[in-house]
Design a protein around this ligand. Sequence first.
Ligand SMILES: NC(=O)c1ccc[n+]([C@@H]2O[C@H](COP(=O)([O-])OP(=O)(O)OC[C@H]3O[C@@H](n4cnc5c(N)ncnc54)[C@H](O)[C@@H]3O)[C@@H](O)[C@H]2O)c1
Length: 340
Amino acid sequence: MKVMVTGGTGYIGRILVPELAKKGYNVLALDRDFLTYDDVKKEYEDMGVKILKDDIRYFDPIEMRGIDSVVDLAALSNDPSGDLDPIKTWDINYIGRVRVARLAKKLNAKRYIVASSCSIYGFREDIANETSEPNPLTAYAEANKAVEKDNLAIAGDGFAPMALRFATAFGFSKRLRLDIAINAMVYHAVKTGKLRLMRDGEQFRPFIHVKDMAAAIIAGLESESEVVSGQIFNAGSNELNVKLKDVAEKVKTSVKGTEIEWYGDPDRRSYRVDFQKINNSLKFKPKYNIDYGIDEMKREFKSPEFQFKDEMITLSVYKKLIEAKFVLSKHGYLNPPLGL
Ligand SMILES: NC(=O)c1ccc[n+]([C@@H]2O[C@H](COP(=O)([O-])OP(=O)(O)OC[C@H]3O[C@@H](n4cnc5c(N)ncnc54)[C@H](O)[C@@H]3O)[C@@H](O)[C@H]2O)c1
């Protein structure tokens, strides 16, 4: 089974791709990332993974020949990055991912999974499920809503597209993200003894460990097409709808001496999500809880090998890309491995 993973050297990709290779999938990882590409190339090639440094908007469709399934992770992957340049966000997160899904169908792939986000529900009082009306509040969430609609609409003729609406990730990956809540809390607690938290911490958020994200994607790849085709699944766990102050307390207990620094006015923007559907239909239940993630990251951050890099903050990556230049790819396509 040949699987293409776009965004395959990103935070989730660095967990998913090795897991797929371990399970015997023949993997092609496409990513335009020039920051970690050279490090990853050897590691992936040693696992038998082919790596393609290119852009979802411009790669040569010939690269997709023989692909059975596509996992579409490439995107500007958070709200602040999306807000930097909403037109580029639309270009990549909507037009780019529509291109990938259409090419996948045209080139006879059977399965397509797009990584969407529970942030599509916006802030709300009730517990959102897949039938709740989305309330996208940012360019990132708008693009997710549109790409879900258009990529699921091309289901049929043996092509089974599906969307996973992920909770917010936490946990360690070799391509670490420190702009996501739990990872940032643990990092600051370990490095500075302080953890900044917006008042009053009563806000709920749904979370999922990055290894469970990979497991949810594999469950999607391995389920019957009648179960998943044209379907949206929230990916997370009802037990991990957690108040931010409770997460902060866990970090404080784990990293001795941490002080919580409160800031801002009370933020009542909350959301909780129901994850029954993925549990019932794909038999998927996350394995890792928040304590596991805190312990794992605490160990990594305390290790002398750990070094902070700018690229761990997604927003910094895209700010740099916006300032960089466009160049032509080897295919003659306008390909910006340096620019956005
Ligand atoms: N991490 C989370 O909390 C979370 C939650 C919900 C949804 N998601 C979604 O999951 C997907 C992966 O997220 P992640 O956390 O691994 O983010 P990430 O930013 O670490 O990875 C995204 C990867 O996509 C690549 N990419 C961006 N634009 C590209 C383009 N035009 N062509 C080719 N590659 C491109 C980047 O280089 C990066 O390696 C994203 O779509 C994200 O929105 C993530």
